[in-house]
Design a protein around this ligand. Structure first.
Ligand SMILES: *Cc1c(COP(=O)(O)O)cnc(C)c1O
Length: 472
């Protein structure tokens, strides 16, 4: 299984190279050359496997024979060892035929742990095998930073710097990052906004000499491994509800289109998925696209589901490439249009194909709160604002009594203010995080200046293990 770029201008490469590169050299995203498919009989035979066993079997064909089966199975088992409960991704019934797939039982209480725990270990494994090390630098507005830190802590081949906007993320989000006392983890609070943090990271990557000097790498939402790891829970839910005999609808809270695209991949692999519901908050570029066929950028506005406050869905390019018959030049032309004019449109034939599988749905803050309140009242379950958008979409778009699985992407205690506003009760952190608010923090504060950031990373990376900063 080799990997090609969505912009068609990169020679096919192996799994490890796609993993380490993240983004393809032509600016596109990596996708497998062909989809590994399972027959109905093969899907049936997956029933009864534990989540880690299922994950290892489903991901194995993507490794291009570059990592041994036993090594990979052990790596995956370890990735899910720290999840609360055996199931990893438990499925619970909200009301007849409407299910909640809980993806928030990992170390940072959001679904990103499911992929990043695998990605961090794969990075470390492949680099150690090659005798290499990298420096990972990323910016976060919340969930991704903590998930990346938890995934990379104590891994010998990785040094990690995560930038966050000082005073602009919640205390829980900050503490999930700054209380990780590993010597390879460096938190940096930037005196600026999230956009400033992202601009700094982009500028670092654009500096070729610096990039080579410290072997800069990214663990971001476009890495193929994230999609590959996420398609597993579509299978676990589908199998629990009767696949391959029974078709299921999934409703997915969406930002970068990574999670919902993983469902698309599961369908390519043979899982019977009837439809994918693309739930957005007020930042509704994707909901608008699936209604109108026009992909048009607008400004990002803050919402109660901040991890979905995105107007350019990076993983969307993978879907587009496929919709265009895997024509990389055509995908590149549309992306160039989008960069230049902030929009592009697809023809009716292509949109009919897209709409056969996908439905978009926009949920504003008021409807999000109303959904959290209604779910609590009717089922006694408390859901977070991201998960609530998916549930709202499912309730509106469900046809007849077809089974719908709503992906629950974060633990309610991660977003206590919105949940309290909706239900009148403040959700409590799970016991293993109960002391989060009193743990010591490690973080450096820096001005919004590229030079200062570069110097800081250079000296910390050179000091290697052992350099840690005091409490912010
Ligand atoms: C990242 C995130 C999302 C959006 O996922 P995408 O793959 O970017 O679509 C939804 N909910 C939560 C809690 C998240 O952290």
């Amino acid at each position: 299984m080799r990997y090609v770029s969505t912009r068609g201008d990169t020679p096919a490469c192996g799994f490890e190279d796609a993993l380490l590169a993240g983004l393809a050299p032509d600016g596109g995203l990596f996708l497998p050359e062909a989809w590994p498919t399972l027959s109905a009989g093969e899907i049936k035979a997956l029933g009864g496997k534990s989540y880690p066993e299922l994950a290892a079997v489903l991901m194995m064909p993507y490794l291009n024979g570059e990592i041994g089966e036993d090594v990979f199975a052990e790596l995956v088992a370890e990735a899910y060892r720290d999840f609360e409960g055996e199931a990893v991704a438990p499925l619970v019934e909200l009301e007849p035929g409407l299910w909640l797939l809980e993806l928030f039982h990992g170390p940072t209480l959001a679904f990103k742990d499911i992929a990043l725990q695998v990605l961090g270990r794969l990075f470390d494994h492949v680099l150690s095998k090659r005798g290499e090390r990298v420096t990972i630098v990323g910016a976060t507005s919340g969930d991704t930073g903590s998930a990346a830190i938890e995934a990379c802590r104590d891994r010998a081949a990785l040094t990690v710097f995560i930038l966050h906007p000082q005073g602009r993320i919640s205390e829980i989000q900050r503490r999930q990052m700054t209380t990780v006392g590993s010597e390879n983890i460096h938190n940096i609070a930037i005196d600026g906004t999230f956009d400033d943090c992202q601009a700094l990271v982009k500028a670092l990557f654009a500096d070729g000499a610096f990039r080579t000097e410290i072997r800069l790498a990214a663990i971001n939402s476009i890495n193929w491994v994230r999609v590959m790891a996420q398609c597993v829970y579509y299978f676990s839910a589908g199998l629990a509800l009767g696949a391959p005999e029974r078709e299921v609808v999934f409703s997915v809270p969406t930002g970068n289109f990574g999670d919902v695209y993983a469902g698309h991949v599961a369908r390519h692999m043979g899982l019977p998925i009837r439809r994918l519901l693309v739930a957005t908050n007020r930042n509704d570029i994707l909901a608008r696209f699936f209604e109108s066929g026009v992909y048009r950028k607008s400004t990002v506005e803050p919402s109660l589901s901040p991890s979905m406050d995105i107007q350019v869905a990076s993983n969307f390019e993978r879907f587009l490439f496929e919709l265009l018959g895997r024509n990389g030049a055509a995908a590149a032309a549309l992306m160039a249009d989008f960069l230049e004019r902030g929009e592009f449109a697809l023809d009716a034939r292509r949109m009919a194909e897209a709409q056969a599988l996908y439905r978009g749905f926009r949920v504003d803050d008021a409807a999000t709160l109303a959904t959290i309140a209604a779910v609590a009242r009717e089922s006694g379950r408390v859901v977070d604002p991201h998960s609530a958008t998916g549930i709202a979409a499912a309730k509106s778009l469900r046809e007849g009594d077809e089974p719908v699985v709503c992906l629950a992407t974060a633990h309610p205690a991660k977003f206590p203010d919105a949940v309290e506003q909706a239900t009148g009760e403040r959700p409590v952190l799970p016991a293993r995080l109960a002391d989060l608010m009193t743990r010591p923090e490690w973080c450096s504060a820096l001005p919004n200046e590229l030079g200062a950031l570069r110097d800081h990373i250079r000296s910390a990376a050179r000091a290697g293990q052992g350099l840690r900063e005091g409490v912010a």
